[in-house]
Design a protein around this ligand. Structure first.
Ligand code: SAM
Length: 195
């Protein structure tokens, strides 16, 4: 299985600063669903470090071998095998979830999928549920750096949805409240939403 491990250098770079925030914002949560787990590196790093949580990775089936390969090496029992979940195609089927994590997904999704993700999370989180959302974002129509502007152009040229504005995410996420906007390295932010 080890050969199936995909690797993202960005995950290696961002996992430590993200974890420092999750320790605070997921301190009182129990079960987290991760949307768009990708390689599986975040799940493999966060779950052992946050043993009070049960971590449920999700993604398209094509990513499950890599996620499983990363999880196989762990000596912890609080991370579940990945399940298929693609916004726009699969409906929410998770029980007892009181937290959601998603990294680098809204700029990959088409705008209607990003909208559906925010609406789905807002609808399904219980009161006091927390959604931690990591990635590049626009603020009041402005990019936070020239490199994010260029990244957005390259995403759109390749058919991806592009970097979303926090204002539109707030519109879609009602009744979630954006309680913190935390600047992290590489022109990325962690948005902390609470119901
Ligand atoms: C850029 S990767 C980020 C992966 C990982 N979270 C990370 O930070 O490295 C985007 C991920 O979003 C997933 N994704 C794209 N569209 C999606 C959708 N509509 N619903 C759920 N996941 C989606 C992809 O399969 C991919 O794993």
């Amino acid at each position: 299985m080890v050969n199936n491990k995909d690797f993202s250098q960005a995950c290696e770079n961002n996992k430590t600063p993200i974890l420092a925030q999750l320790r605070t914002h997921f301190a009182d949560q129990n079960k987290i669903v991760e949307i768009g787990s990708g390689t599986g590196q975040h799940a493999a790093y966060f779950a052992p470090a946050l043993p009070h949580l049960t971590w449920q990775p999700t993604d398209i089936p094509g990513n499950h071998d890599s996620i499983n390969a990363w999880l196989e090496e762990l000596e912890c029992s609080n991370v579940l095998p990945p399940v298929e979940f693609f916004i726009g195609r699969d409906s929410w089927s998770f029980s007892d979830i009181d937290g959601v994590f998603s990294a680098n997904t809204t700029h990959i999704m088409q705008p209607h999928e990003a909208q559906m993700m925010m609406e789905t999370i807002a609808h399904n989180l219980p009161d006091n549920g927390v959604f931690c959302q990591y990635g590049p974002f626009k603020f009041d129509g402005k990019f936070t750096s020239a490199s994010n502007d260029q990244f957005d152009q390259s995403l759109r040229e390749r058919g991806y949805g592009g970097i979303r504005d926090i204002v539109e995410l707030q519109t879609w996420a009602k009744p979630l409240s954006l309680v913190e906007t935390i600047q992290l390295p590489a022109n990325n932010h962690l948005l902390v939403w609470r119901k």
